[in-house]
Write a protein that binds this ligand. Structure first.
Ligand code: 5GP
Length: 193
């Protein structure tokens, strides 16, 4: 039986890079491609990073019940279709979904056997320090991201597994080990005496 992994994190926790390394490491994993109404960013590819559609198209899909879950994240719509999950399951691969914490809760309520992994920063002050050092955002934006992250951290208790992203390589190795262990547990009988 295939696994369904939901990987979530408060904003600014390095989730995208960790998930990229994870999926590149194991050929038995495939990542779902979500639909979104947010504008495409430079370097992104339509159909591979996301499927970019208009708000009207998104609403039409939602009415047709195509989404297993959909959320409004920072004023843009994001949604995962039943089809994107089914295609991977039919191929025999494990499913990886990189979605926000609300999506994580929605998927867990519909597929209780899905395994949720929450990536968290070592502390809120460390997250703020990293955002400041990155120098990409204004102080106002950083304060907003930090307060959103503080709220998102309260959802840690709903995750099946938690990985602290203190050191990137260690967090990446932990994520890979965890996923490999869960994959093996599900595909082979583990004998105990
Ligand atoms: P970004 O626009 O930076 O790519 O993503 C913003 C947030 O939306 C991230 O937390 C990302 O994980 C989340 N996200 C991406 N796709 C989906 C989806 O299909 N459903 C939900 N609930 N969140 C998503």
């Amino acid at each position: 039986m295939s696994n369904i992994f939901i990987i979530s994190a408060p904003s600014g926790c390095g989730k995208t890079s960790l998930v990229r390394e994870l999926c590149e490491c194991y050929p038995f994993l495939s990542q779902t491609v979500s639909y979104t109404t947010r504008p495409i960013r430079s370097g992104e590819e339509n159909g591979s990073d996301y499927i970019f559609i208009s708000r009207d198209q998104f609403v039409a899909k939602k009415k047709k019940n195509e989404f297993i879950e959909s959320q409004d994240v920072y004023d843009n719509f994001y949604g995962t279709t039943y089809e994107s999950i089914n295609t991977i399951l039919i191929s025999g691969n494990d499913v990886v979904m990189e979605i926000d914490y609300k999506g994580m809760l929605a998927i867990k309520s519909k597929i209780p056997s899905a395994k949720s992994i929450y990536i968290i920063p070592p502390s809120i002050s460390e997250l703020k320090k990293r955002l400041l050092e990155r120098g990409l955002d204004s102080n106002e934006v950083i304060d907003k991201r930090v307060s959103v992250a503080e709220e998102e951290l309260t959802y840690t208790k709903f995750a099946d597994y938690i990985i602290v992203n203190d050191d990137f390589s260690l967090a990446s190795e932990s994520l890979k080990s965890l996923v490999l262990m869960l994959h093996i547990q599900n595909h082979h009988t583990i004998l105990s005496i």
